[in-house]
Ligand binder design. Structure first.
Ligand SMILES: [Zn+2]
Ligand SMILES: [Zn+2]
Length: 271
């Protein structure tokens, strides 16, 4: 089957196949981003259509028009990445465009999100619209994605349609879905929390490096060379792992034994 081999025609880029029809044959592939989409409970692979490496279960969901903003449906290790991604998107109302605020390649002018996805694509940068599709429509591999709004920076999943999958799109039911509104509300909250956490982390890092700089400056300016020498020797010991604080007590015979046996008339030293 010709589709089973990655196309080399377009610069060896797997995305060259995005305009082709989805195959109907599946193979064991990379583990899907979503919980419960592995082959078995403890399996680390998922069934994927061999043409686009789209998860079979995600394709089934997309075909039914299922779309979700629930981060908790993702594998635990992917949730932070999803938050990182959404923190760079201007999440607006369902009928608005959600512009990408993240990296734009200075050479190609293309918006991009860094992510190494082994077995899915050799590219380490992905179009944010594709990533938005992965985090909402499903892990559809390198299935093509088009916007209904024509805005190439828009990451609103309601404006994104996975191509050649046969997705069911009902915009009215999306905008009226209470469940989706709740999910969107939760996503916004979690993104805000994530941004706050990251800001605190950055601040802490900055403070620590400022303190280190201050300490270094103090040492350089300190006329008490004795102190500097001591500090240097402690540091050298620490680096070698020889410092007293890093040693484990080995010989306990030298330690004072606080347990005093009163019944023992003869001191043990005398024999
Ligand atoms: Zn899946
Ligand atoms: Zn849009």
């Amino acid at each position: 089957m010709s589709e089973a081999n990655p196309s080399k025609k377009r610069g060896g880029h797997a995305y060259g196949r995005r305009s082709q029809q989805m195959s109907n044959t599946a193979e064991e592939g990379e583990l899907c981003l979503y919980i419960g989409h592995s082959l078995g409970r403890f399996s680390s692979s998922s069934m994927r259509y061999d043409s686009h490496q789209a998860c079979v279960r995600c394709v089934a969901g997309a075909r039914e028009g299922r779309l979700s903003f629930d981060i908790n449906r993702l594998l635990v290790k992917e949730r932070k990445r999803a938050l990182k991604f959404w923190s760079q998107v201007e999440i607006g109302d369902p009928d608005e465009c959600w512009n990408w605020n993240g990296t734009v390649n200075s050479r190609t002018g293309q918006p991009q999100f860094a992510w190494r996805r082994h077995g899915i694509s050799s590219s380490t940068q992905h179009h944010p619209q594709r990533v938005a599709m992965w985090f909402t429509w499903g892990d559809l591999g390198y299935t093509g994605v088009k916007t209904t709004c024509g805005n190439r920076l828009c990451c609103n999943p309601f404006h994104l349609i996975p191509q050649k999958v046969g997705v069911f799109v009902d915009h009215e039911s999306f905008s009226e879905s209470f469940e989706l509104q709740c999910e969107l509300h939760t996503l916004r909250q979690r993104v805000a929390e994530y941004i706050m956490e990251e800001a605190l982390k950055a601040e802490e890092k900055e403070m620590r490096s400022a303190m280190e700089d201050e300490l270094k400056a103090d040492l350089l300016l300190n006329p008490d060379t004795d102190f500097t020498d001591k500090f240097a020797s402690v540091l050298a010991d620490m680096l070698k792992g020889d410092h007293i604080s890093q040693q484990t007590p080995g010989d306990t015979s030298l330690n004072y034994n606080p347990i005093d046996n009163e019944d023992d008339e003869k001191p043990t030293q005398e024999f």
